[in-house]
Design a protein around this ligand. Structure first.
Ligand code: ATP
Length: 209
């Protein structure tokens, strides 16, 4: 599972998903847009539209799935609840992985039921340029004893471990930067898949007008 606001999806998300799929030999990477992210402001574009952009961005990429399961639930999107639905679907012995960038990981201790995340899945933290700050002490306590240093070790069990991964193509792309550029009428070429850029421009999303 790679959850996010995807407001909008960009090549940092998509390339990370492809490289995760490869590095961990996953069956599939479910990219799951949050309808209502609990720890940030209202997204700029509706959940259905963020999902449509995600689908366009994924296109026919092998192994990547645009998964609408959080959009079917009312209220805030808690990752623990989402993982519980995946666990139910794939069974107790499936190896489940929740992947997130280092910036999101730093705030993990503030999430809803953070210990439950580790009961349901492994956590894989993706290195992200510009987000290298040290971990807060509550997080250090939460991950104590969980870290492993190889994907093979992680995959020996269905859940409970932590792995930090430096994927080959670390990309300093953020949705915030993409939105700023669009609001100022500047180019976003090669930051997003072309089909995503075309739809955003055709609809005037994030244009600031
Ligand atoms: P914003 O700038 O609006 O906060 P974002 O670019 O961080 O957005 P999100 O949708 O919040 O995108 O991110 C979803 C997940 O993808 C998070 O775990 C985030 O850390 C991760 N992520 C986002 N951009 C990258 C990137 N360039 N490289 C690696 N991981 C990323």
């Amino acid at each position: 599972m790679l959850g996010g606001t995807f407001d909008p999806v960009h090549l940092g998300h998509l390339r990370s998903a492809v490289e995760l799929h490869e590095a961990l030999a996953l069956d599939a990477v479910h990219m799951i847009p949050a309808s209502m992210p609990p720890l940030r402001g209202e997204p700029h574009v509706s959940p259905a539209e963020r999902l449509a952009l995600l689908r366009l961005g994924i296109g026919d990429t092998p192994g990547l799935v645009a998964d609408p399961r959080e959009l079917r639930r009312d209220g805030p999107s808690f990752s623990a609840d989402t993982l519980a639905t995946l666990r139910e679907e794939f069974g107790g012995q499936a190896r489940l992985v929740m992947a997130l960038g280092h910036d999101a990981f730093r705030r993990l201790a503030d999430w809803h039921q953070p210990e439950r995340l580790f009961e349901l899945a492994h956590l894989v933290v993706i290195d992200r340029p510009d987000f290298e700050a040290p971990l807060p002490s509550a997080l250090v306590a939460l991950i104590d004893g969980r870290e492993v240093d190889a994907a093979e070790t992680l995959m020996e069990r269905p859940a409970g471990g932590l792995l930090r991964l430096a994927l080959p193509s670390r990309m300093a792309i953020s949705a915030t930067e993409v939105r700023h550029r669009l609001a100022e009428g500047r180019s976003v070429r090669y930051l997003l898949p072309e089909a995503v850029e075309a739809r955003i421009l055709a609809h005037g999303f994030y244009s600031g007008s």
